[in-house]
Ligand binder design. Structure first.
Ligand code: RAM
Length: 361
């Protein structure tokens, strides 16, 4: 499942809020009602039950709100969403902040609500900061699907998870342990301090490392805020502060690319191990030049595609978000909703010199 979407491209590029000018239709919510919305004060009555045969209404107004624009990872995910939205004959509005800060998405959600977005696909910079804005959107009839980085589950209808958090955490620790012989000082270069996804993975990485590799010591976690330059500087800072550092784990595509760039031009190249989550296209040169041996990720395009299909299924009333319901996600096939309204895309892939040229994203 790595190449099915590669030929598709965004119609107009993803370089700014200009894309937001794509016309949104008036909110009508396709005649559906919200399912059992336990704990949500979003306002709608819980009356609908799922109708798996319901038609996806044409012209649904989708919004894609990543943590930040101009992050290659989210640009790829947006391409996947664009493909799915085209398949269900909807309209897609890609919009968002340039910085991945905690509250930066709030005003974008408010605007989307005013414009009548019917399906909001978002990766949250913070588990709580956007909740009341999302509540308002849902009160107006919008379906909210988080993908990549969740909110509090009460603030959305579904979360599309790239893989299990345990699987993502363990893959990174296992790769690092293999490279440093299971022992020594390791630091984490994360994204923003509030990011739901990175914080979940870091907690699980710490737990798993303590159990499986007691001689591996995680000495620090620093935050590059998913900014290239800050991530680069934080890498430099780690190496200066911890002269015995054996490795850096960066569970963010922005962080790992910046750290690789720093290491590749420094005396630490090949001496300090680097792994984490990166896109093959950004990391290829650093695998080829010996800076990085292996790292992991899922296919962001498939993540965006699955999120959009989940939003369409919600808007159609095929699903309400309850555990056990199933829906069809186009070329990806059938998915089942798990506990806490979560849908899991699949397993992360590990990339190294042997397979990196098989991937193009
Ligand atoms: C960055 C973002 C995103 C994360 C990836 C791995 O692009 O922080 O949320 O899932 O890295």
């Amino acid at each position: 499942m790595t190449s099915f979407l590669t030929s598709r491209r965004m119609r107009g590029g993803l370089t700014g809020v200009a894309v937001a000018a794509m016309v949104l239709t008036t909110a009508a919510c396709g005649g559906t009602t919200r399912g059992e919305d336990e704990g949500s004060d979003a306002g709608a009555e819980a009356t609908a039950s799922a109708d798996p045969d319901a038609e996806i209404p044409a012209d649904l107004a989708f919004a894609f709100l990543p943590k930040q624009l101009n992050n290659p990872y989210f640009d790829i995910a947006a391409e996947g969403a664009e493909s799915a939205v085209a398949e269900v004959e909807g309209e897609l509005n890609v919009t968002g902040p340039s910085e991945a800060s905690a509250s930066s998405q709030v005003s974008y959600i408010n605007t989307l609500t005013q414009q009548g977005a019917e399906v909001i696909l978002t990766s949250a910079n913070d588990p709580n900061a956007i909740c009341s804005a999302l509540d308002q959107a849902r009160s107006g009839g919008a379906k909210v699907v988080t993908f990549d980085s969740d909110t509090d589950p009460e603030c959305r209808d579904l979360f599309i998870s790239q893989a299990t958090s345990e699987g993502i955490a363990q893959a990174q620790i296992d790769i690092m342990a293999e490279q440093i012989g299971g022992s020594g000082q390791v630091a984490i270069l994360s994204a923003t301090a509030n990011a739901t996804n990175q914080n979940a993975w870091i907690a699980l990485m710490e737990e798993y490392a303590a159990e499986e590799y007691p001689d591996m010591e995680i000495v620090a976690t620093v935050y590059g805020d998913d900014e290239d330059e800050k991530s680069f500087q934080e890498t430099q800072g780690l190496l200066q502060t911890y002269p015995d550092l054996k490795g850096i784990i960066s569970p963010t595509t922005v962080g790992i690319a910046a750290a690789a760039r720093y290491l590749s031009g420094s005396e630490y190249k090949g001496q300090v191990a680097l792994t984490g989550l990166g896109t093959p296209n950004q990391m290829r040169e650093f695998v080829k030049d010996g800076t990085v041996t292996a790292f992991a990720l899922w296919n962001p395009e498939e993540l965006g595609y699955l999120a959009a299909y989940a939003g369409a299924a919600l808007a159609a009333g095929q699903i309400t978000g309850e555990e056990g319901e199933t829906f069809e996600a186009g070329e990806l096939g059938e998915y089942t909703i798990e506990a806490d309204g979560t849908v899991v895309l699949g397993e992360p892939t590990t990339f190294d010199a042997d397979n990196i040229d098989d991937f193009d994203f």
